[in-house]
Write a protein that binds this ligand. Structure first.
Ligand SMILES: Cc1cc2nc3c(=O)[nH]c(=O)nc-3n(C[C@H](O)[C@H](O)[C@H](O)COP(=O)(O)OP(=O)(O)OC[C@H]3O[C@@H](n4cnc5c(N)ncnc54)[C@H](O)[C@@H]3O)c2cc1C
Length: 512
């Protein structure tokens, strides 16, 4: 990374003198240095900057909002541009409980730069919590709302972007707009899952629910893929009993140990990864039942009832009762454990794909053909979601329905191939090979046989982006022309080029 040496003043805005974070992200694959870093104190600071840039005819400067910087491929970086560090905005979390005032729901108003863990702390003080999460909570509200935000609650409550009531957004033209599904709806839906392309979220109103104090957290093991996925689908068909469903591919011992850091029950499971000259793969379902008094039975009874219907390996179901906070914050323990051995701040060539139910087995085969189970470091997540919990007005792209039975088409899988590349054993060339491998998997899985789409997409060229958005490309391009016609925002994705206002004819006509 290049360090910015001297502070620059631009009217009332002061750009940062030095930064070591704006060119780094969790992926540790790209390190693009900006020319300046803004630490805004208010939405107005962001508005001022974007108003100036969008009206200045000579400027080709780009701007990236940086939330927690947990992107993989430099999505929150701006080469020679300006990075806005959203954590500088005051978090200002305000909790509104149902029944107070006129509103019939509980919600939180929170800065776009605040972390989900901060929102959890604050909302729990009122006995409330957001309904939909990501596995890891040290991500920013604006950062996950820009991509979707999914976890084991998504089958029940939809992604985080389905749990937003209102947004304050500064568009690429510098306009500060408050939008909802009915007020400036085009901007509201464009920004949700919009990869930061249309505006910067400075404030969000997030739906809350009553928080349980405790959670029954269960893991069950399988040696057969079809049984594993049909049990996952069984679990998501029981939202009145089950509050969270995920799953993992268990490739090696390392995974079993790593994933047990937070799970407090000893796993008496010693799979044979190699037998009779062949490699075996196992699977693990993770589900949770909230102790929230809504189920007319104790959580133990609920788990017993669910387990009776499941077909996991006999006697390989393990349960633990934990606080809701510890359950939601479970990945933090894995982070601490990896940090303690220097394996957190390493390159992460990750690949996330939405896979239609009809293609999930072929995708599993493709994965197992292309990766070496013994050498794979990191989890492979695989769990079902329901298509109708996603609003098609948002900018997220799901795979097209393949035209099968309606009930089957409802189910989609998310597969997260979350590999760590320890530089002690994986050189720069090895990292390039892994990135090529991911590209190959993504391309093969996007072909008609499987019909998958990348989640948190990363593509090498604008033509790949067109293909990714498919029939939604025109809508995306129209939204871009309306809200960020000069292509100032989020250059790290490489979807749209930056153009100077002199060469733009479309910028003056639209209303926002
Ligand atoms: C350890 C780990 C676990 C994860 N687990 C999950 C998971 O369980 N589920 C899941 O869905 N994802 C998960 N992710 C992915 C994560 O949600 C995305 O990478 C997300 O974008 C990161 O948020 P961030 O605040 O770090 O965003 P950044 O990396 O800072 O930014 C991401 C993108 O959003 C834009 N952006 C940032 N802030 C704003 C804003 N306020 N307004 C508009 N645009 C903005 C940036 O310009 C950039 O394009 C995980 C990532 C990591 C590293």
């Amino acid at each position: 990374c290049k360090f910015i040496q001297s502070p620059m003043d631009f009217g009332p805005l002061s750009f940062l003198q030095k930064t070591s974070t704006a060119c780094v992200d969790f992926g540790r694959i790209l390190f693009n240095s900006p020319s300046a870093v803004l630490r805004p104190q208010s939405s107005e600071d962001i508005s001022l900057l974007l108003s100036f840039l969008s009206s200045s005819s000579f400027s080709r400067v780009t701007v990236a909002a940086r939330g927690a910087g947990h992107s993989i491929h430099g999505q929150a970086q701006a080469l020679d541009g300006i990075v806005i560090e959203m954590d500088a905005l005051p978090s200002n979390i305000e909790i509104h409980k149902k029944g107070e005032g006129v509103v019939g729901v509980s919600y939180a108003d929170v800065s776009g730069g605040a972390l989900w863990i901060e929102l959890l702390h604050e909302s729990l003080k009122h006995g409330l919590a957001p309904r939909s999460w990501t596995d890891y909570l040290y991500l920013s509200v604006g950062g996950t709302l820009s991509i979707g935000g999914i976890s084991g609650q998504t089958f029940k409550h939809g992604p985080q972007i389905s749990n937003v009531l209102q947004l304050d957004v500064v568009t690429g033209k510098g306009k500060l707009v408050t939008c909802t599904p009915t007020k400036s709806p085009e901007l509201f839906f464009a920004v949700l899952g919009g990869l930061g392309q249309f505006g910067i979220i400075t404030r969000a109103r997030i739906l809350l629910q009553d928080a349980p104090e405790k959670v029954k957290w269960v893991r069950a093991f399988y040696d057969d893929f079809d049984t594993f996925t049909s049990d996952q689908e069984l679990l998501i068909s029981m939202p009145e009993l089950v509050d969270y469903v995920e799953g993992f591919v268990v490739l090696n011992e390392q995974f079993l140990h790593g994933s047990s850091t937070a799970f407090p029950t000893h796993l008496d499971f010693t799979p044979e990864f190699h037998s009779n000259g062949s490699s075996n793969v196992y699977y693990c379902i993770e589900f949770a039942v909230h102790d929230d008094g809504s189920k007319n039975a104790s959580t133990e009874e609920v788990v017993e009832e669910i387990a009776r219907r499941m077909s996991h390996l006999p006697s390989h179901l393990y349960g633990a009762e934990v606080s809701y906070y510890d359950f939601l914050n479970r990945v933090r323990m894995e982070e601490m454990s990896l940090r303690s051995v220097g394996l957190w701040e390493v390159p992460h060539p990750w690949l996330n794909m939405f896979v239609p139910k009809s293609g999930i087995k072929a995708f599993r085969d493709l994965l197992l053909e292309t990766i070496s189970p013994d050498e794979f470091a990191g989890p492979i997540l695989l769990y079902p979601l329901l298509r109708d919990k996603w609003d098609t007005n948002t900018s997220v792209v799901l795979p097209d329905a393949a035209g099968g039975a309606a009930e089957d088409e409802r189910v989609l899988y998310i597969v997260g191939v979350l590999r760590s590349a320890n530089p002690a054993s994986c050189t720069a060339e090895c990292l390039r090979d892994l990135l090529r491998l991911n590209r190959g998997i993504a391309d093969a899985a996007s072909a008609p046989g499987i019909g998958a789409k990348q989640y948190i997409p990363h593509h090498p060229s604008p033509s790949h982006w067109r293909e990714h958005f498919g029939r939604r490309w025109e809508r995306l391009a129209a939204r871009k022309a309306r809200f960020d016609p000069l292509g100032i925002l989020a250059p790290g994705h490489g979807i749209f080029p930056r153009i100077s206002s002199a060469s733009s004819s479309s910028s003056s006509s639209s209303s926002l």
